[in-house]
Design a protein around this ligand. Structure first.
Ligand code: FES
Length: 212
């Protein structure tokens, strides 16, 4: 899940200041307390997640410095973590962050076509944000839903949702739904239940409800 869009952003406006709000401060203390004394640095990943959620889904330098200070670690160590994993954004993202999996199983099931459909429909390339600030399109490494490949994760203030069994047609419907503020249903877009065979059940037909 190492990512391609690089280091802490020097080319975007950075706030001078970041602190956890009261709720997240309590949450951070609870997380830090999970680790033995002297091992508080192990909390760096969940704390980065908290900070990102508090700050429009991206991590300004001030937030990384704040967490470094809180955990008594060199800021560079925090930047290294934040820039290594795709789930952290070190630059602003759109209201919906579309993370399209392009690892081998999703690729074999057509992720190239999904990427083209998204780029065409949104009018952006991978790594870019639409002019209206609604969508950022990113490439992601395996998100662990290969059984229903190809798939994408969409992150927003509402949380993270997986959309699976994508086709160029149904992915544009999902994007249109999000843009219009309609409620869209995560999970398989082909209607299969969990990861049942795409062509319908081949066994246990008597004991399980037929998909679709
Ligand atoms: S390869 Fe796409 S979810 Fe695993």
């Amino acid at each position: 899940m190492h990512h391609t869009h690089g280091k802490a952003a020097t080319d975007v406006p950075q706030p001078d200041y970041f602190v956890f709000n009261r709720h997240n401060l309590t949450e951070a203390e609870r997380i830090i307390a999970r680790y033995p004394s002297g091992r508080q640095q192990s909390a760096v990943m969940p704390l980065l997640t908290l900070a990102q959620k508090q700050h429009d889904n991206w991590l300004p330098k001030a937030a990384m410095d704040y967490i470094a200070d809180m955990l008594g670690m060199p800021p560079i160590k925090v930047y290294e973590v934040a820039t290594f994993y795709t789930m952290y954004n070190v630059r602003p993202v759109g209201r919906y962050h579309v993370q399209l999996c392009t690892t081998t199983p999703c690729w074999l099931r057509g992720s190239d076509g999904i990427a083209k459909a998204c780029e065409h429909h949104l009018g952006v390339r991978m790594g870019e944000t639409t002019f209206d600030g609604m969508f950022t399109l990113s490439e992601a490494e395996c998100l662990g839903a290969c059984v229903n490949a190809p798939m994408m994760q969409v992150s927003s203030a509402a949380g993270d949702a997986y959309f699976e069994d994508l086709t160029p047609e149904n992915v544009t419907e999902v994007l249109d739904g999000l843009a219009a503020g309609r409620s869209v249903t995560p999970g398989s877009q082909s209607g299969r239940i969990s990861s049942e065979p795409a062509g319908g059940l081949t066994s246990l037909k008597d004991t399980k409800r037929q998909a679709g």
